[in-house]
Design a protein. Structure first.
Length: 202
């Protein structure tokens, strides 16, 4: 029997990782870099630093704008309309040539985002499905169905938005200039949930 077998991908459990482009202007980017350079730094890992201040955006005019950006994302793409979101923590990062950070996640938050202030920035994500893989193969090539990690190179002035549970880290920085970014975590507030899982957060 000569069968013409066809395959089709089924949309399922897509990870909500998105870019928001042109969140700031080039002039605003330079202003933020200048503020970064005034920060007090804590050594995170080899060649990667985070600001000591974990409410870094609070004294800037940008916090409300970024909350609006994420709020639009939550409503339009995640379809959450019953509550609002605020930035619960924020900090600046600085990575010198040869620097990187270890993989980590952000507990007690719903989503996270990173605003990139320089070119040649890279971030690594590890698949949340890796623990469910019972076999190891030497794949002929990597694709969206078999990789356990991926690297992204976000453009300057763009914000990368992703679930806080995703393990991620600053990939090896190979540029000559220092890499700067602003990281932030979002939490819901108001009354949200359904059935016996409704909560009010002020």
């Amino acid at each position: 029997m000569d069968l013409e077998i066809q395959t089709a991908r089924i949309e399922s459990f897509t990870l909500p990782i998105f870019y928001a482009y042109n969140v700031i202007t080039d002039e605003e980017c330079e202003e933020l870099i200048s503020l970064c350079k005034q920060s007090e730094w804590a050594d995170v890992t080899r060649g990667a630093y985070a600001s000591v201040d974990k409410n870094w955006l609070d004294e800037t005019p940008y916090k409300q704008r970024f909350e609006i950006v994420f709020g639009d994302f939550a409503r339009q793409l995640m379809r959450i309309e019953q509550c609002k979101f605020r930035i619960g923590s924020s900090w600046a990062t600085k990575t010198v040539k040869g620097g990187f950070s270890g993989l980590h996640e952000h507990k007690n938050y719903y989503f996270s985002s990173v605003l990139y202030l320089t070119e040649d920035s890279k971030i690594m994500f590890r698949s949340p499905f890796r623990e469910n893989q019972n076999y190891v193969f030497d794949f002929a090539e990597d694709n969206a169905y078999n990789v356990i990690s991926m690297f992204l190179k976000p453009p300057k002035n763009a914000m990368l938005i992703f679930p806080s549970y995703l393990e991620h880290g600053i990939a090896l920085h190979e540029g000559e200039e220092d890499r700067y970014s602003i990281a932030m975590n979002y939490q819901p507030y108001g009354t949200f949930g359904k059935h016996d899982s409704i909560i009010t957060v002020k």
